[in-house]
Design a protein. Structure first.
Length: 94
């Protein structure tokens, strides 16, 4: 058995995360000096409009502490002590 931990680049439906007990570390996005965490914390239409107007969004890498905390939460949520964790993420060079 294993527990999956990923980051918000996975872009899967919330129901899928819940049904499969997937832990998601949120990627931070900065748009015009405003920092956003969760996908639903900003208006997507405004986000794309900002990009059309020349504002370039910037992402911040997930810290080592956030990765560790996600893995520890996964181990705490596991059904047995010898559970494994699969961490799926996106590389910064993509």
């Amino acid at each position: 058995m294993f527990q999956i931990v990923t980051d918000s680049t996975a872009d899967l439906p919330e129901e899928f995360y819940s049904e499969n007990r997937i832990i998601v570390n949120q990627l931070m996005v900065t748009v015009d000096d405003q920092v956003y965490g969760k996908k639903d914390s900003f208006d997507i239409k405004s986000f794309y409009e900002s990009m059309r107007n020349g504002i370039i969004p910037k992402t911040k890498n997930i810290s080592a502490e956030q990765v560790r905390d996600g893995i520890l939460r996964a181990l705490d949520n596991s059904d047995n002590s010898d559970s494994n964790v699969l961490y799926i993420t996106c590389l910064s060079k993509l």
